[in-house]
Design a protein around this ligand. Structure first.
Ligand SMILES: [Zn+2]
Length: 322
């Protein structure tokens, strides 16, 4: 082949690459990929059958927040085991992740963000979020969404530190970007940072390219501030769709919903929040609260009450491992 013949060939490769990126962004390949990874890895429902969550939490629900039939935590979803092995390790994603590009041309989708220091195998593409965490003993997980907020996140961190308890914080990228010191404090104190999108949109209403921007920019911000990209994400309003599962997996994240909604976003007062947490307490339960998005003084006060009570009841408050 002469150099003259090479040139159009290279242009063809570039056109194919561009087409691959475009069709993947439009979700054309989604069905194949879902099928491939569902058979390669166990689904979330293989471990335990949890209770369905109460209502999707939201600081400011839109007029019609009802997720589509394919979205939202379903009753068939399951729990994630403590210390779960990464199930996609032997799958095609793992092979792709470990393969160095042989040339300057990369026949891969054009993504807005790929964790540069990502070394572990990518998780499988889920079809449902995890609703609870299956761990041995009386273990529960506390989660706080929408922050960080300088009014409410620090006192929540103070309470957790006083009781030596780790929790999960699902951050909105725009809040993280505005309060970098709080993001670093959450990380430095041993809590798990999750991705809750950049601007808290209703995910199923977005084009896939916008979902990728929402999740990718948030992971990028968290990694920039803490040195580690998030391994978990949670859809705003609990409204998931197929694209969010695919894009979340591409970014190395597992989807986590919740078991018990404190409904603190309705600002019901600390008493009601304490009652809901105590009534819902059980092994494996994931509790949803919010440290931003409205007046969260009730959330702060409630935590100070129910946390020592749960500990007295023999519960271990922890975070899931991956
Ligand atoms: Zn939220």
């Amino acid at each position: 082949m002469t150099p003259d013949q090479m040139a159009p060939g290279r242009r063809t490769v570039l056109r194919i690459a561009a087409a691959l990126g475009a069709t993947t962004a439009a979700g054309v390949f989604a069905a194949d990929r879902l099928g491939a990874f569902d058979t390669a890895a166990p689904g979330p429902g293989s471990i335990a059958a949890p209770a369905a969550p109460t209502a999707p939490g939201s600081p400011s629900p839109p007029a019609a927040p009802a997720p589509s039939a394919a979205a939202g935590p379903g009753p068939a979803a399951g729990a994630l085991a403590d210390g779960v092995a990464v199930p996609g390790a032997a799958g095609p994603q793992a092979a792709a992740a470990g393969r160095a590009p042989a040339t300057g041309y990369r026949l891969q989708p054009m993504t807005a963000y790929t964790p540069p220091r990502f070394r572990r195998a990518l998780p499988p593409v889920r079809t449902r979020p995890f609703l609870q965490v299956a761990q041995t003993g009386r273990t529960m997980v506390l989660t706080f969404d929408d922050g960080p907020d300088p009014r409410y996140t620090p006192p929540i961190l103070d309470t957790l530190r006083r009781h030596r308890v780790r929790a999960m914080f699902f951050l909105c990228g725009e809040m993280a970007d505005a309060h970098p010191d709080l993001v670093r404090r959450i990380s430095d104190e041993g809590h798990v940072l999750g991705n809750h999108s950049w601007s808290h949109p209703l995910i199923p209403s977005l084009r896939p390219s916008r979902i990728r921007t929402e999740l990718g920019s948030t992971s990028e911000t968290i990694e920039r501030l803490t040195g580690a990209a998030p391994l978990w994400y949670r859809a705003p309003f609990g409204a998931w769709n197929r694209h969010s599962f695919e894009i979340g997996a591409e970014l190395g994240m597992e989807p986590l919903a919740w078991t018990v909604d404190t409904l603190d976003w309705t600002e019901p007062g600390a008493d009601a929040i304490v009652t809901r947490v105590r009534a819902g307490a059980a092994p494996g339960v994931v509790v949803l609260s919010h440290d931003a998005g409205g007046d969260r003084s009730g959330t702060v006060a409630a935590l100070d009450r129910y946390l020592p009570e749960l500990l007295d009841d023999g519960y271990r408050l922890t975070v899931p491992h991956r």
